[in-house]
Design a protein. Structure first.
Length: 285
């Protein structure tokens, strides 16, 4: 796990000290051209303000901060959000979060990084997405969309410390991993897909053309990795995926999804969901 160290004025000498202790850290820098005494010089400066991220045991980094007081580093703690006698805990960043954050920094390749204010974002409401293709391929974060749009900026954030925004991402490059607290997004996407699926299903298989299957492939691309919160919504997604794999003549995926759906439908009590499975994928529990 990673910890966050902060300093009022971070000295890059901290890299040498951490290297001596064989402590893994992340402290990206960039060169900035400044005018010093009438001459232009390149100056190295940290990209991420006055933060350095370290991957080690808490006791080790706590003692390091106590001993190297000249570096003026301190471990960041979580804010206490309720009134209690509980001691504040050090802020911890997961390896996956850190991996995404590093990737986001690397994509800008020394250019100015567009940081956003964490306090202005409601991450719980945002949909968790993965970018598939394009400049930010593989990056995961929270989708921030303008009203009525399926695309938008993807924000990668580290707890309540800091967040980075991508450029505008088109919807075809977004794979939804998990919907936020706003379930309207989920039902809006499903409702918009039903008529497209119905049109393709009505075309005789021997007459299907590549362009007919574009909305089917798009649905699979966007929703094949989706995690849902209820058994009924999970069943609906898998039913639609099964219908798609049948149209795409993907026997392996069709078989895998059928097996998965059997396990899910065994837990389903809703007759509406059972009828839905039969209607769209010809599946009977």
């Amino acid at each position: 796990m990673w910890y966050v160290l902060k300093s009022p004025s971070l000295s890059l000498n901290v890299r040498d000290e951490l290297n001596k202790l064989n402590i893994e850290f992340f402290l990206p820098t960039q060169n900035e051209v400044r005018t010093v005494r009438g001459k232009q010089v390149r100056v190295e400066k940290p990209v991420v303000f006055n933060f350095v991220f370290v991957n080690t045991d808490y006791d080790i980094i706590r003692d390091f901060c106590r001993v190297r007081t000249d570096l003026r580093l301190h471990v960041m703690f979580n804010r206490i959000t309720n009134v209690s006698k509980e001691q504040p805990k050090p802020m911890v960043i997961s390896n996956h979060e850190m991996e995404m954050f590093k990737k986001a920094i690397e994509f800008y390749n020394g250019q100015s990084v567009p940081f956003v204010k964490v306090e202005e974002m409601d991450f719980e409401k945002g949909d968790v997405v993965r970018i598939i293709g394009g400049r930010f391929n593989g990056l995961e974060g929270i989708l921030v969309s303008q009203k009525g749009k399926d695309g938008g900026r993807v924000v990668v954030h580290l707890s309540n410390v800091i967040a980075i925004s991508t450029l505008e991402i088109e919807p075809e490059y977004l794979q939804i991993l998990k919907y936020g607290n706003n379930s309207k997004h989920f039902y809006k996407h499903l409702d918009s897909f039903y008529p497209r699926l119905e049109r393709v299903q009505a075309i005789p298989k021997q007459s299907l053309k590549a362009e007919d299957l574009i909305p089917i492939k798009t649905f699979v691309s966007r929703f094949s990795q989706l995690q849902t919160d209820t058994i009924n919504s999970e069943a609906k997604v898998q039913v639609l995926l099964l219908a798609c794999y049948k149209l795409l003549d993907d026997k392996q995926k069709e078989e895998e999804t059928t097996d998965k759906l059997k396990q899910i439908m065994a837990k389903v009590k809703s007759q509406t969901t059972i009828d839905f499975a039969k209607r769209w994928a010809g599946f009977e529990a």
